[in-house]
Design a protein around this ligand. Sequence first.
Ligand SMILES: *Cc1c(COP(=O)(O)O)cnc(C)c1O
Length: 383
Amino acid sequence: MNNQPIPFNRPFATGNEFRFIEEAIASRHLSGDGAFTMKCQGWLQGHSASAKSLLTHSCTAAMEIAALAFDLSPGDEVIMPSFTFSSTANAFALRGAVPVFVDIRADTLNIDETLVEAAITAQTKAIVPVHYAGVGCEMAQIIEIAEKHGLYVMEDAAQGVMSTYRGKRLGGIGHLAAYSFHETKNVISGEGGSLQINDEALVVSCEMIREKGTDRSQFLRGEKDKYTWQTIGSSFLPSELIAAFLWAQLSEVEQITRDRLLLWDSYHELLEPLENDGLLQRPFVPAECQHNAHMYYVILPESVDRQRVISAVGAQNIQLVSHYVPLHSAPAGKKYGRTPETLEITDLISSSLLRLPLWVGLEYDQQVRVVEALRAALKIQVD
Ligand SMILES: *Cc1c(COP(=O)(O)O)cnc(C)c1O
């Protein structure tokens, strides 16, 4: 029997990364904002029809720029799901703002838009929807609420490159948005990210925050004859070596996404009988959302011991992994955040979600092995 290891993730390389990195070295421009950064930013800007895209060294960094650009003060509140990565909350908590956690929808696992308005107080400054698994949040209602209350919207689109919501790219909808190119995402540069600026009025301040608080970007465009320290900022630029790697990936993003969607669809089909047998629940993608196959997850029945499933499938050399420990129940979430209501769906989902291996190069036979191992592990517990 084939017992080759099937890891949860295997970062994909297009084969052009070295060539572009060599070109960057030959150009003798190794710091940020060289030719490869411009290529990546140009692509990203066109992709999401943003006013501007700025490459950063991580999605976390892009969200930190956003928190600075929103000019938050200690005590200001930012509404977000608890079912997300620490960076979503941390970027705002760094500014002394309070992450306010609301529950998610049981179908998409995205922030429940019907709960957002009740969480708004006089201190609320922004709403931060997170597009889980690259499936869009209900942005029309979120934008409507934000406009009504004069709030900013920042999309955590870390997982959302190439996805759309009602025909618009994720990352191109809120005032600001952040993409991630961490090696676990669809398009990668090891570590990496970008800030998508969709509100023209925020372009100059975001540029300055990213460039150590200076107006260097305007100086380089010839709009200023010298550059000086203008505001609070930091160094959020990736070097050209990172941008060169990323350019190789962005150049093949269409193919990468097609490959991933095929794998996602195969899982969806292979797992249908297991769902019909009550062994698990498959993901749901609303009709107005085109996703990017960032992730394939299943939700296990409450009675199932997830760790036993992970161990049993792991014994077949197949790596399945859980996901977020909800932020509202994490030590820093309790200290820095506020949770107005109980988050029943968040708690339930986080304890019963399981992610399956999905990476470019995964074979159909391997997917069959994953599904068979999962079926066997669940049958023992459910029957
Ligand atoms: C990956 C991820 C991040 C962090 O991205 P980095 O590029 O590692 O900083 C933030 N939010 C979500 C939802 C993510 O999936």
